[in-house]
Design a protein around this ligand. Structure first.
Ligand code: ATP
Ligand code: MN
Length: 503
């Protein structure tokens, strides 16, 4: 081992002017004559290490010059503050030790296609973007637990193997359980309701499985969901709980991961607005908005903006294409090629939006009261708001059997979806649960479910039934919204998608 105190990059601030040793991997490097710049990553951050000829043995200087990306090594040197450097500190290297040299690491700093990166997810996890997202994911999960633990909720672990459906029958994954079919859990809610009658305030937090038949940017087949359930609560109480919860998670991420958010290009100013109260709309009000003039104007304006955006990107592309024909160094060519890949993917994205705009306008204009809100309808409502918006009181027929009807208007239920702002859409779904035994039996029968499966669930309405409710928040949905990532698959380390499971 080389000399110097072993430390982590995140701790360099406490070691200025001291000699330290870092252990890590070579993230990037460039050499110019007698000086080399090695960017080292060690799991806690990045640090630029400067190797000057004469300050290290000549043989080592040559070895480092040819060291491949992702080789593992230790570096020893003196820490100095350098504002312009990544992380704010640099190391003036006095010694280094190569642990395991790597050659031809497949993921280079150039652009790669999505498919390639997903196939190489086991390596791509080391990238700066995946690292930032992973750090934010950790904070989100920590904040979720902290919020409920600090508010006197008890954690209940609900089963993953289920004998009955909790959500729609269409999205069940079947498992052969010693010759009997069982299903992977779609929600812990039903079991959680029984625990709420023992502990009052409970939550479950675990993996959730839905055989989603559609390919969207917002659906995984395996995702993590946290679900609180509370005895003696009404819809107003649930909305307050949800807005405090989401605001707490957002504040924790802003406090802990500001630099990761910056690296990812997240919209920090918008996140700073995420504080109670959120907006509240009833489903009926949402339908009035969708079918009204406001939506027409909104979508017309959006189309105009998209067309302008397209023109701007096209201009940029032709500028770069012209530049490409000039005399250039290899690194300049690579940079332009990478930029062009980005811009072309931006264009195809804008094109899709331009194509969808009239379709979404038609869907919204012709929306019939009684249907569930579709993805594009949610997007429109969410785009019109700069803070999350609750949509409440959906039509009974569009919703699950366990939702309690509004006793003032039995056509609707006491439920809500929480839509994240700026076009993101749903991150939470929740409701007050039907607590009347006979009404619940009728609802189970109405929906063609086998009452035999629900006897234990009905018991909860026989022995001291109370008003109660809860909701489910999707962890990856939340992270996708907070980070501004385009696709939910980036927000779980090893995504499971309808069309493909890579590794
Ligand atoms: P959507 O309409 O968006 O499919 P849902 O109505 O099926 O959502 P709920 O059953 O209310 O969703 O589940 C609660 C939360 O779980 C959702 O608000 C969302 O954050 C998350 N969620 C649901 N399905 C998925 C999925 N396939 N992938 C990732 N997250 C999901
Ligand atoms: Mn769904």
């Amino acid at each position: 081992m080389t000399s110097g105190n072993k430390t982590y990059i995140s701790e360099l601030k406490n070691n200025v002017a001291q000699e330290v040793t870092l252990t890590g991997w070579l993230y990037n490097s460039r050499a110019s004559g007698k000086i080399q710049f090695l960017i080292i990553r060690d799991g806690t951050g990045l640090c630029q290490c400067i190797v000057e000829k004469g300050n290290v043995p000549d043989e080592l200087f040559e070895q480092l010059k040819h060291l491949g990306q992702e080789s593992s090594l230790t570096v020893t040197g003196t820490v100095r503050a350098e504002e312009r450097s990544v992380g704010g500190y640099e190391l003036a290297v006095t010694n280094a030790e190569i642990i395991s040299p790597a050659t031809d690491y497949p993921i280079t700093p150039k652009s790669h296609g999505t498919d390639f990166l997903l196939k190489n997810r086991h390596l791509h996890l080391r990238s700066q973007r995946q690292w930032c997202i992973g750090k934010i994911r950790h904070t989100v999960i920590d904040a979720i637990r902290r919020f409920f633990n600090d508010n006197s909720f008890t954690l209940i672990d609900t089963p993953i193997l289920m004998s009955m459906a909790g959500e729609d029958q269409q999205s069940l994954f079947e498992v052969d359980y010693f010759g009997t079919p069982m299903f992977l859990t779609q929600t812990g809610q039903l079991h959680l309701e029984s625990a709420a009658m023992s502990f009052g305030k409970v939550y479950c937090f675990g993996p959730t499985f839905r055989a989603e038949k559609s390919k969207t940017r917002r659906h995984l087949t395996e995702f993590w969901m946290v679900e609180p359930e509370v005895a003696f609560i009404d819809l107003t109480g649930l909305l307050e709980l949800a807005e405090n919860f989401v605001s707490f998670i957002t504040a924790q991420v802003l406090e802990t991961n500001r630099s990761e958010l910056e690296t990812l290009g997240a919209d920090i100013a918008s996140l700073e607005k995420i504080q109670p109260p959120f907006y509240r709309l009833t489903y009926t009000e949402a339908v009035d908005i969708l079918t009204g003039q406001k939506t027409k104007d909104f979508l017309a304006k959006e189309l105009q903006e998209l067309q302008n955006q397209k023109q701007q990107i096209e201009t940029k592309i032709s500028e770069l294409e012209n530049k490409q024909t000039g005399q250039l160094k290899q690194w300049q060519k690579d940079k332009i090629a990478a930029e062009l890949i980005e811009l072309r993917s931006d264009i195809s994205e804008v094109d899709t939006k331009i194509e969808n705009n009239p379709k979404h306008a038609k869907l919204a204009a012709e929306f019939q009261w009684g249907k569930d809100l579709g993805g594009s309808d949610e997007t429109i409502i969410s785009q019109m708001h700069d803070k999350p918006v609750f949509v409440t009181h959906y039509p009974r027929e569009a919703k699950a059997f366990y939702m309690k009807t509004d006793r003032n208007n039995e056509e609707v239920v006491l439920n809500f979806d929480l839509l994240a702002p700026a076009g993101f859409g749903e991150i939470i779904g929740g409701s007050v649960r039907e607590d009347d035994h006979d009404r619940l039996v009728a609802r189970i029968k109405d929906q063609g479910l086998d009452i035999e499966n629900y006897n234990w669930y009905l018991d909860l309405r026989k022995y001291g039934s109370v008003p109660h409710g809860g909701f489910g928040l999707g962890v990856e949905r939340t992270i996708t919204w907070l980070t501004g990532e385009k696709h939910i698959r980036q927000c779980i380390p090893f995504p499971r998608l309808m069309d493909k499971v890579y590794i």
